[in-house]
Design a protein around this ligand. Structure first.
Ligand code: NAD
Ligand code: WQD
Length: 381
């Protein structure tokens, strides 16, 4: 008997977040995964390891057909090339079609986005236009989008609700905001379209196996991967804390760190919620840019708890046993004092819950890093 799983296209499933989403989709028993990735910031090994974990976790209970459905089909391609995307939809016409798309692939470095904005507009916006156009033509109209808390800019109120005003402060943030606007318009145009944007706060950690995790190319700009890499001996100069004169309890910036497995599961929750008409009734409460008649909504994915930079250093020190060298330097341009989610809307309407605590997040970040000190590079599978 063929697998009953629905085919989900995840763009960028080899990346940090995409690989964990792919795993959660497979483990849900509901979905099989096809991806397009050009490995700009990732390695094909990640997809192989995702399938291996799923095989191991579901292997005993899965039928032979279902076991086959746990292999991620990888299309090496570029989302800015329309033909690369269309090939997948065409191929899948004879394989039961694509049920929906989780659009994860993007460029994501805030600083870089200001230096090469045209590239960011191409990958983050033009490619999304291509994708939506092709989906519309193939009548695939279920969409989950990787948005970011960065769309809020400097929030007027913390914890942040989805209805807060959107004032992104970087080119990167504006590309996420514009894609959200685009999705609202597309959903307004045809009641068959259903789209959910998930505004991620600060994802961290890894799958507890330590077989997949965050492996940024070059020196990590983000705090947690940087701390994890320092603990395996990289960057001996130590951590530069960007400012200790913020209006926060210890003077360093406060962020809402969410375990990557909770964040990834949020996408399975969103896929399950897409068919529910009632969540799209009050869209003005869940966008930040006013009411709309279509089936579009945005949700925060966060833990709802703020942690300072120094608290994170302390937690990673406990997890890794490494003593960090820490020095305070000036503020980093663009940093805001405090970004913490109010996750109630996602909890209520998507049945989402960030279950993992800080210790588990740091334990898993360290487990991944210590098992893969050089990341995926050089790994055989
Ligand atoms: P990542 O770089 O690890 O993953 C992105 C994936 O997309 C990579 O595998 C990359 O190779 C692929 N990709 C990039 N350009 C492509 C192209 N032109 N064609 C095909 N594939 C391409 O990044 P991530 O941290 O996993 O982020 C995933 C998504 O989540 C992005 O949309 C990002 O904006 C969003 N996001 C990330 C964070 C975060 O802190 N990591 C926070 C909020 C939102
Ligand atoms: C966390 C805290 C830094 C490095 C970024 C993007 C955001 C989203 C998530 C994509 C801050 C401090 C960091 C260092 C430090 N990505 N820090 N020294 O800035 O909250 O969010 O990633 O959508 O758009 O802006 O995350 O991990 O870079 O920083 O003191 O060497 O750690 O100042 O307070 P951020 P981060």
């Amino acid at each position: 008997m063929p697998s009953q799983r629905k085919n989900i296209l995840i763009t960028g499933a080899a990346g940090y977040i995409g690989s964990h989403i792919a795993l959660c989709c497979l483990l849900s028993g509901e979905y099989s995964v096809v991806t397009i990735d050009n490995f700009h910031n990732s390695f094909p090994t990640a997809c192989k390891r995702v399938s291996a974990i799923a095989q191991r976790e579901l292997g005993a209970s899965a039928s032979d057909e279902d076991k086959k459905a746990l292999d991620i089909e990888v299309y090496r391609g570029d989302i800015t090339v329309k033909e690369d995307i269309e090939k997948i939809f065409k191929d899948y016409e004879s394989k039961g079609g694509i049920y929906g798309v989780i659009h994860v692939a993007a460029l994501k470095a805030v600083g870089e986005s200001g230096e090469i904005p045209i590239k960011y507009y191409d990958v983050n916006i033009a490619a999304t236009v291509h994708l939506l156009d092709i989906m519309d033509r193939y009548k695939v109209r279920n969409f989950v989008y990787s948005s970011s808390a960065t769309v809020y800019g400097v929030p007027e109120e913390v914890p942040i609700r989805e209805s807060a005003g959107l004032k992104p402060e970087s080119c990167y943030g504006r590309t996420k905001f514009m894609c959200e606007l685009m999705l609202r318009d597309v959903c307004d145009s045809n009641p068959e379209w259903r789209a959910i944007s998930l505004r991620y706060f600060n994802p961290a950690g890894a799958h507890p196996s330590g077989e997949i995790g965050e492996d940024p190319r070059g020196r990590p700009g983000n705090l947690l991967p940087l701390l994890a890499q320092m603990a395996v001996g990289k960057f001996p100069e130590g951590l530069k804390v960007f400012g200790n004169d913020y209006p926060t309890p210890d003077g360093t910036c406060v962020r809402d760190y969410i375990h990557i497995m909770d964040l990834a599961q949020g996408h399975v929750d969103a896929l399950a919620a897409l068919p529910k008409d009632d969540i799209f009734q009050n869209t003005d409460k869940g966008t930040g840019f006013g009411a709309s008649g279509g089936k579009y909504k945005a949700y925060n994915l966060g833990k709802g708890k703020g942690m300072s930079v120094l608290q994170m250093v302390d937690a990673m020190q406990k997890a890794s046993g490494f003593t960090y060298k820490v020095e305070t330097v000036g503020r980093r341009t663009g940093d805001v004092p405090e970004l913490v989610a109010n996750p109630e809307l996602a909890e209520k309407e998507l049945n989402f819950k960030a279950k993992h605590n800080l210790e588990e997040m740091c334990r898993d970040q360290w487990n991944w890093q210590s098992k893969n000190p050089q990341g995926y590079e050089g790994a055989s599978a």
